[in-house]
Design a protein around this ligand. Structure first.
Ligand SMILES: Cc1cc2nc3c(=O)[nH]c(=O)nc-3n(C[C@H](O)[C@H](O)[C@H](O)COP(=O)(O)OP(=O)(O)OC[C@H]3O[C@@H](n4cnc5c(N)ncnc54)[C@H](O)[C@@H]3O)c2cc1C
Length: 396
């Protein structure tokens, strides 16, 4: 008998899973609470296809990013969607960063990043990015820019053509496990499935609670705000310039990214969002903020990261502070070259009871319900490989 699978969440991961399961012959239904797909993280990200420079060798991030990059490239080719290999430099600006840069190079080699080169002086890195500052860098020429919402729509089209259903405006408000099957309840529907997969991004811990899953990891929403370079100043950037990231923190630091449609954005920073879907400082949810503050990990996290937190928040509120950080990599940049980009993104970062920010992708199983509990960057790059992984390890 054909298996009936319900998927909660119409971001890139939910839709990639629906496509993959549809190919396998399952009868799939995607429930998305918003009126369009890719409304949250998938539609508010940097649009980068990562090659796997940073991740711990052997981790799910490392293996699924490498496999996912190839799958996304092939999918874009097949569908005629834009895919631009603009390349990326990770730049050490002073000697204190050389150790961390060497570690990135080591990880990149272990992760099989294709055609990686080490550039040992300013002259060599300026052959790639003529206006960049820095004393050494690694260059990943196959890092690419794409349009993730367009990719998600193209995958959704395949789902529909294969007979799958995508239900927009259907917020899942209950999951009831009954005799090994799962009832999916929304305000406008009520249906029973053999399996359910939850890919609810910023709401993944909320939906996990419907089936009595462990409240940990909780989602800690971290907003990433962008600035956009004016068209005249964007000629200072050919591809992408990234800093050497702080290994204690799961985000990559402020970077310059030439997007698939040729605008250059600077960001994202990482400030605590005061609501799960809080895209600006003015968007506050007392409930979400209170839940974060009383989480047992709040104290240890604040103790460990308060200095960096303060720095990020000040950079968000005061443009000159942010500009100073950006100019470190691009000395010719002027403050007037940066215009605030309207759309920020909010990252769904999983957070343990001890205050630890989970690094790797995480999947849990409660009976017939599979829960994606942590799918931060590079999960858009990895989405098609995550779908393969979930099918191979959780559905058979
Ligand atoms: C600022 C930023 C920059 C990033 N840059 C990159 C990058 O350059 N490259 C990269 O690979 N990754 C990047 N990422 C990460 C990437 O965007 C995410 O990992 C990826 O989009 C996760 O996809 P998803 O489907 O899990 O989540 P989402 O896209 O957030 O989708 C989850 C969906 O579930 C829906 N939902 C939630 N609750 C319910 C419910 N109860 N009922 C029905 N529907 C529900 C939501 O409305 C949402 O549409 C970035 C993320 C951010 C925020």
């Amino acid at each position: 008998m054909t298996e009936r699978v319900g998927i909660v969440g119409g971001g890139i991961i939910g839709v990639a899973l629906a496509r993959r399961l549809g190919e396998d012959g399952a009868e799939v239904t995607v429930f998305e609470k918003e009126s369009r797909l890719a409304h949250h993280q998938t539609g508010h990200n940097s649009g980068v296809v990562h090659t796997g420079l940073y991740y711990t060798p052997g981790s799910l991030k490392a293996t699924l990013c490498a496999a996912g990059r190839v799958r996304i490239r092939e999918f874009c080719e097949q569908k005629g969607l834009p895919y631009r290999e603009v390349g990326k430099l990770v730049v050490a600006v002073d000697e204190s960063e050389l150790g961390a840069l060497a570690e990135i190079e080591r990880r990149s080699i272990a992760n099989g990043v294709p055609d990686l080169t080490r550039l040992d002086d300013t002259a060599r890195l300026r052959e790639i990015e003529p206006h960049a500052a820095g004393i050494a860098a690694v260059h990943s020429p196959h890092t690419a820019a794409v349009d993730y919402p367009a990719i998600t729509e193209a995958m959704a089209q395949d789902v529909r053509e294969g007979g799958g259903r995508i239900l927009l405006g259907h917020e899942v408000t209950g999951l009831l496990v009954e005799q090994g099957r799962v009832r999916v309840v929304t305000p406008v529907s009520d249906d029973v499935f053999d399996r359910v997969i939850v890919c609810a991004g910023l709401q993944s811990d909320v939906v996990a609670r419907f089936v009595g899953a462990d409240p940990a990891p909780k989602i800690l929403p971290f907003r990433g705000e962008y600035w956009e370079m004016t068209p005249e100043s964007s000629r200072l950037i050919r591809g992408m310039i990234y800093p050497v990231p702080d290994p204690r923190f799961p985000f990559l630091g402020v970077h310059f990214t030439r997007g698939v449609y040729d605008t250059v954005h600077v960001g994202p920073n990482a400030v605590p969002a005061l609501a799960r879907e809080g895209y600006s400082w003015g968007h506050v949810s007392a409930k979400d903020t209170w839940e974060s503050l009383r989480w047992p990990g709040a104290g240890p996290l604040a103790k460990q990261h308060w200095r960096m937190g303060l720095d990020e928040v000040s950079g968000s509120l005061f443009k000159p502070l942010y500009y100073r950080k950006a100019r470190r990599f691009l000395p010719e940049l002027r403050m007037s070259d940066l215009a605030r980009k309207g759309a920020a993104g909010v990252r769904a970062q999983a957070w343990g009871r001890a205050g630890d920010l989970l690094d790797d992708f995480a999947v849990d199983q409660v009976g017939a319900v599979t829960l994606l509990r942590n799918a931060p960057s590079p999960a858009a790059t990895s989405s098609m490989a995550i779908a393969d992984y979930v099918v191979a390890h959780h559905l058979h």
